[in-house]
Design a protein around this ligand. Sequence first.
Ligand code: HH2
Length: 404
Amino acid sequence: MFNAHVLEIAREADLQEGIERVGVHARGRPILSRKGLFRAVKLQDVGFREATIAKQEMLGAGGDAATPKGLIDFSRKTVDVLLMGTTLHFKRFISKMRSQPFQCEAIASEVEAVLSNYERRSFIINFPGKAVEVDRTLVMGVLNVTPDSFSDGGQYLRPEDAVRRGEQMMQEGADLLDVGAESTKPGSDPLSPHEEWRRLEPVLKALVDKLEIPVSVDTYKPETAAKALDMGASMVNDVTGLRDEEMMRIVAKFDVPAVIMHMQGDPKTMQQSPQYEEVVADILRFLRGRVEAAVKGGADEEKLIVDPGLGFGKTLKHNLDLLRRLGEFRSLGRPILVGPSRKSFIGMVLDLEVEERLEGSIAAAVVAASRGASIVRVHDVKETVRALRIADAILARHEGTLPP
Ligand code: HH2
């Protein structure tokens, strides 16, 4: 018996470890490791000329490319292409595509960029006066100063209660706090900027003075964001993905980290039959476009964080697909934030009310961590911090802090 077994290769480091254990000489290790890591890269809307060349070059490189029949019978002008191969096949493919005509060089650059982005595991987020290294899964505690939020509405409407809860979340291990004053739950109406600021002002003021962790403001209104940042908030969490030009200018001017979240439609109507051609690809395209627009508008790319927006115009299946395939968003090369906490999709699977969704929320947070999420936005800080510490230890993230 040869004790054959399939190795679990989730990251490049796993393969390198496997090669090393066999006893390969140091010089041979990088050569071999390019041959053992398989990747599949999807391209959309590729012109038929570029798609034909890509197919040939990927085959020539030793990999393959999946293309539709429409490419062969000339019935389609643009097609989707799925490139498949080891990282060595991709390296050869990229170099060949660079010397090909039409848009081939642009394809080569895009494929090269997403493959390198996908491997990126750690980030540094520069908050004003504080750099936070993201080499594990950070926990963002949710604080809703609202009467109507779907899970903690009305609990922290009094400023002193909100501040106390904020301090408690920091003690429980939250890495950052997200303070919001307008519920964006399905069916909700917008709030006036005046009322939003009336709720936020006393709470933010006290929290930025008292807390050592960065405080984010959950708002899509530029005037509220500007006031909060002026008061000392360190980040903007915009559920509309910086679609407002003025919001973009404010993020650039204050030079703060910002969360770009995807939402289909608006809170009032977003859950009325949400539809996508392909949920992950569609949202990835949106987020990529918003990151590009924000950078053009003067924002620092290294300060942008992306979020697929669980529950914001998504069916149960969309939410589950987004979590299972969350790693695909690593192609953007930006930290991923995700907010599954207590949301309806957890209630739908478990048939449980909002107060009973702790275990489901933790399971979703752990799966998100395993797919490479950098930040998880949660209501139950203490429990999630513990769960993610174990998940990160197993995933070999942040090894430096473990006992020997
Ligand atoms: N979810 C909610 C609010 N803000 N921001 C980001 N970036 N990602 C999310 O998933 C997200 C978010 C909804 O949760 P909650 O704040 O608890 O509810 P409500 O909108 O009812 O206040």
